[in-house]
Design a protein around this ligand. Structure first.
Ligand code: AP5
Ligand code: MG
Length: 214
């Protein structure tokens, strides 16, 4: 049983580590960003609302995000733990999550803070490519696909996320430093945050995470 949060700036490798973690721990991966992108793809009302903010690199309003996240946490597959990726992102969201968990007699085991420099974040974000079909993630320099533009896993077309251009990425990093970084202090007070080096290879970072989570 693991109840954990992956905290960390845009492009730090949250999705990359989440893939490894859900396989090892058998817990569901809850990424609010992925939920929004799925809704945008399907043209839902939620997707339309979220898109306005995401395309500018701004945060989707707290109440909307909190409702989506807690609805997802109520599902049966979260009874034996979960991995939250990209939620909470403001102190308000963190308080709402704590209240929600306390209401169920649960609490977080660990908050994992992935640390990566701003310069490296920009390189990771602008070089990221994702498969339109299966969502697999690549990087033009760090993890290029065998055939440029084509997914190694399913043969689908690789695209760039709408918010992965330089201008939006810069704003996402600014928004992170302003709105989300205060969460480090918030969780420091509860004593369950660990800082993990995200500048090394994904496998080495994963080893460090496993040392912490057991
Ligand atoms: P979200 O989808 O969560 O995006 P993000 O936080 O900006 O993070 P990313 O998905 O960009 O990066 P990542 O850390 O997952 O990195 P990855 O593993 O892909 O949110 C998008 C938007 O939705 C937000 O801007 C906001 O508008 C909205 N939103 C979502 N949640 C919200 C909330 N709670 N409140 C309000 N709004 C919300 O890796 C990046 C690249 O680097 C890849 O190419 C990868 O291959 C490569 N890479 C990974 N690890 C390494 C490594 N160790 N070495 C070298 N390269 C690496
Ligand atoms: Mg991600």
């Amino acid at each position: 049983m693991v109840r954990t949060i992956l905290l960390g700036p845009p492009g730090a490798g949250k999705g990359t580590q989440a893939e490894r973690m859900i396989e090892k721990y058998g817990i569901p991966h809850i990424s609010t960003g992925d939920i929004f992108r799925e809704n945008i793809k399907n043209g839902t009302e939620l997707g339309k609302k979220a898109q306005e903010y995401m395309n500018k690199g701004e945060l989707v309003p707290d109440d909307l995000v909190c409702e989506i996240a807690t609805d997802r946490l109520k599902k049966d597959d979260c009874k034996n733990g979960f991995l939250l990726d990209g939620f909470p992102r403001t102190v308000y969201q963190a308080q709402k999550l704590d209240e929600f968990l306390a209401g169920r007699g649960e609490k977080l085991d660990k908050v994992i803070d992935l640390e990566v420099s701003d310069e490296e974040l920009m390189k990771r974000i602008t070089g990221r490519r994702v498969c339109k079909e299966c969502g697999a993630t690549f990087h033009v320099v760090n993890f290029p696909p065998a055939v440029p533009g084509k997914c190694d896993k399913c043969g689908g077309i690789l695209i760039q996320r709408a918010d992965d251009n330089e201008e939006t990425a810069k704003n996402r990093i600014d928004v992170y430093n302003r709105e989300t970084k205060p969460l480090v202090d918030y969780y420091e007070k509860s004593g369950n945050i660990v800082h993990i080096d995200g500048m090394i290879s994904p496998d080495k970072t994963f080893e460090d995470i496993v040392k912490v989570l057991g």
